[in-house]
Design a binder for this molecule. Structure first.
Ligand SMILES: Cc1cc2nc3c(=O)[nH]c(=O)nc-3n(C[C@H](O)[C@H](O)[C@H](O)COP(=O)(O)OP(=O)(O)OC[C@H]3O[C@@H](n4cnc5c(N)ncnc54)[C@H](O)[C@@H]3O)c2cc1C
Length: 375
């Protein structure tokens, strides 16, 4: 059995640790922070993420039991610049859960499976210097966006609203907005996070791509304010807010073309491998699934070289087609009327509405959406 070091104990690292420890390997999971720890996020746990964590033995009823704060999501809302929108009900429940709570569930699963945990910062790619290459047979880089290639940014804040001031649907709805104020491919989100009490916490944010952001030539915080100022729903909520956090900026490592998920013998997973969705910035599902598949690569291979080749192969067979289709849809969105057309089509055709909503929630691959739009 191999000695494995996993650096980074987010969803990707904990998933890899869980699966490798379960298959009998000697796993050391390292993170620069001890747990519980927070992670900045939109806190959206998509249907695909819910499916992915079942590979770690965490099921929806566990979430409701173990997560002290959560919101069940029954509707997916897509809107374009206050002009056209569609809300699709789903029987497949997703959630919004603060990451301090969600990541703790995954961390505990990895530890229960047999991972050893160390608080340790591993800077840059100096694995030799840290003695990791001598001490371990396999090294997995799961350090998140700090190890990936940053190609987008997200600006996020929490707002607090009194329950009676929000319509009931707002407590069950994940909203994505394609607003002109956010440039060609930008998106805004409004997610309910903690809906179990009288004070409701909402996660409000925007995401933009660095190449487009540079063209917008405005301050990033101004961009968030512009979204809130021009979006009617955000405005209505803001008028009821009893407490608001200042928006802050965070990097994103979304999909890229020609992606190599190995660096020599180092195996990159999750955000470190740029596995985040290029349309919505959703990355938890692929982080967890990449932990599962990298463990298969370790289990199925005899040499470190074979492990690296097999992980690249499994990445290409399980992730690349969907991420590439996402990049293609992102390219279509360059023609801004495409957003309107998409939502118009969703309104006309319930099958397309369901597919697009489920693609945004991660259940239907983007390549299937592209195929269905052709007919
Ligand atoms: C503002 C924002 C909103 C988002 N919203 C959503 C959303 O709603 N839904 C969704 O699915 N995804 C969302 N994402 C993306 C999601 O957060 C990531 O894709 C996901 O966390 C990736 O998991 P990971 O395990 O690869 O990395 P992370 O969760 O970032 O975990 C990396 C771990 O590595 C540790 N680490 C970092 N550097 C070092 C180092 N040098 N040495 C040791 N340890 C280190 C960190 O402490 C951390 O614990 C959002 C991201 C941002 C920034």
């Amino acid at each position: 059995m191999a000695k494995v070091a996993i650096v980074g104990a987010g969803p990707a690292g904990c998933s890899a640790g869980y699966h490798l420890a379960k298959s009998g390997h000697d796993v050391t999971l390292m993170d620069k922070q001890g747990f519980p720890r927070d992670k900045v996020c939109g806190d959206g746990i998509s249907i695909e993420s819910i499916q992915a964590i079942s590979t770690m033995g965490i099921y929806p009823h566990d979430i409701q039991k173990l997560a002290s704060e959560y919101a069940p999501i029954h509707h997916f809302f897509l809107g374009v610049s206050n002009q056209i929108s569609h809300s699709e009900q789903t029987n497949l429940e997703a959630y919004c859960i603060p990451r301090a709570v969600f990541d703790q569930l995954l961390y505990e699963k990895a530890i229960d499976a047999g991972c050893r945990f160390l608080v340790q910062t591993v800077h840059k790619n100096n694995w030799h210097h840290h003695g990791l290459t001598d001490a371990f047979d396999t090294i997995i880089d799961a350090r998140g966006v700090s190890a990936g290639e940053v190609n987008a940014i997200a600006i996020r804040a929490y707002w607090t609203v009194q329950r009676q001031d929000l319509p009931e649907t707002a407590l069950l709805e994940a909203q994505i907005h394609f607003d002109r104020s956010l440039g060609v491919n930008g998106y805004g989100w409004i997610f309910p996070v903690s809906t179990q009490h009288d004070l409701i916490k909402l996660n409000v944010g925007v995401g933009v791509w660095l190449d487009e952001y540079q063209e917008l030539k405005i301050n990033v915080i101004q961009l968030f304010k512009q979204f809130v100022g021009s979006n009617k729903i955000a405005q209505q909520i803001l008028s009821k807010v009893v407490e608001q956090q200042s928006p802050k900026v965070f990097p994103l490592a979304t999909a890229k073309k020609g992606n190599r998920v190995t660096d020599g013998k180092i195996l990159k997973i999750g955000d470190a491998a740029n596995l985040t969705d290029p349309l919505t910035g959703e990355g938890i599902a692929n982080a967890i699934l990449s932990g599962f598949h990298v463990a298969q690569a370790v289990n199925m291979s005899r040499t470190p070289e074979a492990i690296a080749d097999n992980w690249q192969y499994l990445y290409e067979s399980h992730f690349e087609a969907d991420l590439r289709a996402g990049l293609r849809i992102k390219a279509f969105r360059k023609f801004s009327f495409m957003n309107y057309l998409l939502i118009w089509l969703m309104k006309q055709n319930p099958r397309i509405a369901r597919q697009v909503s489920h693609a945004v929630a991660g259940v239907v691959p983007y390549n299937e959406v592209l195929a269905s739009l052709k007919y």
